[in-house]
Design a protein around this ligand. Sequence first.
Ligand SMILES: [Zn+2]
Length: 501
Amino acid sequence: MIDLLLTEGTVVTMDQKRRIIEDGAVAVDQGKILFVGSSKEAEVKFPEVRKTINCRNHAVMPGFVDVHGHGGHALIRGAIFDTSNWMAAVTQLYNHYVTDDYWYYEGRVSALDHLRAGITTSVCIIGAQQRCDDPVFSINHAKGYSETGLREVVCTGPSQPPWPHKFSRIIDGKRVLMEVSYEQVIESMETVIRELNHSCNDRIRAFVSPFGLLPSTNSSFPTEADVMWAGPTEFDLHQLKEMWRIADKYDTRIHAEAYGGSIYQMHKAGKLALLGPRVHLQHTSGCSFDELQILADTGTHVGVTFQSSTMLIPMLWMGVKTAIGTDGPKLLGNADMFQSMRMTQNKHKDELTFSTNFMFNLPSDRLLEMTTIDAAEVIGWEDDIGSLEIGKKADIITVNLMNPRMTPRFNIIDTMVMLGNGNDVDNVFVDGVHLLENGKVLSVDEEKVLMEGDKVARESLERIGYQNFIDGKEHFWGKVRRYDSRPKFDLEWQRKDGGYY
Ligand SMILES: [Zn+2]
């Protein structure tokens, strides 16, 4: 008797041979894949099955792997938008005005969003830049994800200087401002990694993740030339030692956002550099050719989103292992890998060429690799996930192809990648556990999760006084340009209020 048989589907294995099996089956027992082959063979081999699902007119494929996103954003979507100080506004909210539980409620909504789109593994930085003055935020976020049944990689580490750094906790409804030292953050980070890495039957992992590649680099934009040429400062080198010490102690990986100049600057740190196959860097926007060469030479992995202004095609051509992520739930892009694949293709299909409709960069097949098996490799989890192969963990999704948008299907990969939506995913399994069945969430009470998430979002925005971000949202019918002139966010106020931008 085996646990589960998915039969009569089009199985897109993403295995080494990239086999696509028509009228195919996948058998699962004790959370692992036992068989991938024809339905006929499966019927003979497994006469007794606890649960059989007929997957006629469905693609059966590995769950998507999202290599970069952020915890926190799912409850501010559509609110904090009209400001050039977006980073300062969300950081002030996350660092000073949300309760410890915010991260749990947000984690649940974010996880549901990913679940419904067939993203079974997500990498989440806790905050826009890391909130790591106490382990509770990461632990609560992971709790939200684990209750939903998905895999999450929690990324934790120090935010940018100055140190000590101010953070607030909401205690008995009141905001309590406190100064936190660099050492306290490192201690908290170590606790998160010790407690979370490989927890929940290895559904939750934790990576070392400083916010900027180096404390002296510009953490959201290309680093200025004089800083870049100067190489790492003494404090940079101290941080690098700490990051490697913790990564080595807990045998885990490193993830950070990286922009032009910072990779060159980092490279000068020699053996201490956060580069190499245990590292995946995000965006690489503004990186020069010599920096791409450093990534290729050191075997560093990369994640991009459709918003990354990077030279993706040369990077792939040089052999850098690269995956497509979502950057987390936001107004300008959501947890939908189909959308992310298409938007990434659209951004790069003409890169450095005069492409035509007959010859362009990033065919559908390559895009699908970059969200499944290559993505699993980018985060070092390819032994367990990213493809449907015997012995791997049973993270499987089915995509319902029976709709006019995807009919006829002359090439299933082109059809799915170019015409599919997250909503077409109707069954999701992680570790062989059925989490979404014919579009119904089985693991949590979806309505309750959404209602509670909405309540916590409104309370948080009210607490910080972001009324102008949410009240009386203006409309722009007939206007060519969006411009909402009401004051939204004041950096002076933030500085007086304990923020540091
Ligand atoms: Zn990001």
